[in-house]
Design a protein around this ligand. Structure first.
Ligand code: MN9
Length: 291
């Protein structure tokens, strides 16, 4: 797997249940307009951590059915309820996903041994490869170079989504594990990560700004740093506008402007407010003016 993956938004109706019609439209938008190479389903951006198990399963299946093999799919299934993780790993496999991914267990302060054991158990059970979702700012768990060495020793742990600002560690991982698939996770660091030799990136803003991200990634592959720098600047304008008033609501409001009724986030996140709609209009205008 390679290239730019959207951390796919999930669409809900007024009761908070999956809205499959809108979800399908968002998948098409990602493929046809944002032009991404793959989708990371039920990640942070998909609000997975606020969703009931059966809704996560519904989304995993629906996205695969509608995608019909057009682009690569990864299902994020991490949770503290390990039986649910195993069960979603099966669903992802049966639905044709290329890989599963999982955040480390969170809330309780688990020991490194417990976290590594969690990942190994999932990787043992899963019939498709596991990509570690490393996001210390959310989980409070900072995996080290040595921790990754232990994890990548498992034959079914084949990648990492690296959502951290530590470019020192990222370089070390690229050096130590040339065959592991490394996706960078912060859209604002896409250029910095790509020059270190990552295989691709997974991010929130690619749902609407996938083409800017592809420009960054492809310019680095052909060693055109001025073009990569210019594209990263455009992407950073988008990231900045989205972060200002609340990234998830503003992103959803932006996609609504494209004619898809994605709805508001699930509770306990708040609804989209007028200020977020105003920023959504700014961000879509910027993208269209700078494509
Ligand atoms: O998927 C995203 N991280 C989180 C990765 O949602 C926590 C990023 O795409 C960020 O939303 C983005 C803005 O900081 O880089």
């Amino acid at each position: 797997m390679k290239g730019i993956f959207s951390a796919l938004i999930n669409c809900f109706d007024e009761n908070g249940s999956p809205n499959i019609k809108a979800q399908n439209a968002v998948v098409d938008y990602n493929i046809n307009v944002a032009a991404v190479d793959g989708l990371y389903v039920n990640g942070s951006t998909g609000e997975s951590f606020n969703m009931p198990l059966e809704d996560k399963r519904t989304i995993i299946k629906a996205v695969a059915e509608h995608n019909e093999g057009r682009i690569d799919l990864i299902a994020q299934i991490g949770s503290n309820v390990i039986e649910e993780v195993y069960s979603l790993a099966d669903t992802a496999h049966q639905s044709g996903y290329k890989a599963i991914s999982a955040v480390s267990p969170y809330y309780y302060q688990y020991s490194k041994a417990e976290i590594i054991d969690y990942y190994r158990r999932i990787a043992d059970k899963s019939k498709i490869p596991l990509i570690i979702y490393n996001i210390p700012v959310r989980t409070g768990v900072a995996l080290t170079r040595e921790d990754f060495a232990g994890l990548f020793a498992h034959p079914n742990i084949k990648g990492v989504k690296f959502t951290a600002q530590d470019m020192f560690l990222l370089q070390q991982l690229r050096h130590d594990f040339p065959d592991v698939t490394i996706f960078s996770g912060y859209d604002e660091f896409l250029l910095s990560a790509t020059v270190l030799g990552t295989d691709g990136a997974i991010g929130t803003t690619y749902n609407i700004a996938g083409r800017f991200a592809k420009e960054v990634f492809e310019a680095v592959q052909r060693s055109d740093l001025p073009a990569a720098y210019a594209a990263q600047h455009k992407l950073n304008v988008v990231v900045d506008l989205l972060l200002k008033k609340g990234i998830f609501q503003t992103l959803k409001a932006a996609i609504e402007l494209e004619g898809i009724e994605v709805g508001s986030p699930r509770l306990p996140m708040s609804e989209i407010n007028p200020e977020q709609r105003e920023y959504a209009a700014k961000v879509m205008r910027y993208i269209k003016d700078n494509l």
